[in-house]
Design a protein around this ligand. Structure first.
Ligand code: SAM
Length: 241
């Protein structure tokens, strides 16, 4: 038997036994995945719980399902990892959001900065949140990281003030100013856009408690650097075991 399809559902009453799936997730279920009455599905309300349900009826604008069990999702990361990444051109930001979600990142911020030339709008941000939800379902997570946008680097950096480790991937550093392999606890990661960072931006980050990290002598593409930073943090925090 195939793995039950997974769907995010809003406003799920945790004690309800009959629920309705509507909107985009319903359309995806009906027209793309061709879910039928009698199929078992898993509903995710974003709290970390997974609701197993049997589809009882498919209508024009919604499906009804009967909840048969609730469990706590066991694929959620224990570590808190916050990725802050400069807005990238084309669909590269989507790629970063997808890979970061798979690697267990719990929060994502996309920012504009001095040398950033990509732009963001409401539609793009909604699309990024959708990519995060799709990636979360695909890798069997029960939560999707929320993606937020910051119009400048300073507000992005300040949004990470409560994180214990603050790591800033800096392409012009010869040596890291901290050992990323030795981190523990909530961790924020910063990666620049294609244009990289100015020295002034790095100094600003240092003042806010960020440590510079080098990823070696080659300049990586921004999306590569973002994935590498997430993977190194996930590895150090025991999320890839
Ligand atoms: N435009 C920059 C240049 O010409 O030097 C390169 C920017 S790079 C494509 C984009 C981002 O990836 C950087 O801002 C940094 O955060 C990260 N990055 C890339 N290579 C890196 C490296 N070797 N060490 C640390 N960070 C790196």
């Amino acid at each position: 038997m195939s793995t039950p399809r997974r769907f995010f559902i809003e406003n799920l009453d945790p004690v309800a036994t009959e629920v309705r799936l509507e909107g985009e997730e319903f359309i995806h279920a009906k027209t793309v995945l061709r879910v039928e009455a009698g199929s078992e599905i898993v509903l995710l309300d974003g709290s970390g719980k997974e609701y197993s349900a049997i589809v009882s009826r498919i209508e024009k604008h919604c499906l009804s399902a009967h909840i048969i069990g609730v469990t706590e999702g066991d694929k959620e990361p224990k570590a808190q990892i916050y990725l802050l990444c400069g807005a990238l051109k084309g669909d590269k930001t989507e790629l970063v959001v997808q890979k970061a979600t798979e690697l267990g990142v719990t929060e994502i911020g996309i920012f504009s900065s001095e040398y950033c030339s990509a732009y963001m709008n409401e539609n793009k941000l909604e699309r990024l949140n959708k990519v995060a939800r799709e990636a979360a379902k695909q890798c069997l997570r029960s939560r999707a990281p929320k993606v937020a946008f910051f119009a400048d680097l300073n507000s992005a950096l300040k949004s990470a003030c409560s994180y214990k480790n603050k790591l800033f991937a800096c392409e012009f550093l010869k040596n890291s100013t901290t050992d990323m392999r030795a981190i523990n606890g909530p961790t924020a990661l910063v990666v620049g856009s294609e244009g990289g960072f100015s020295h002034k931006e790095f100094e600003e980050a240092e003042k806010l408690g960020f440590y510079g990290v080098t990823l070696g002598k080659r300049i990586l593409r921004a999306e590569t650097a973002a994935v590498v930073m997430c993977a190194l943090a996930a590895q150090a925090l025991g999320e890839l075991e």
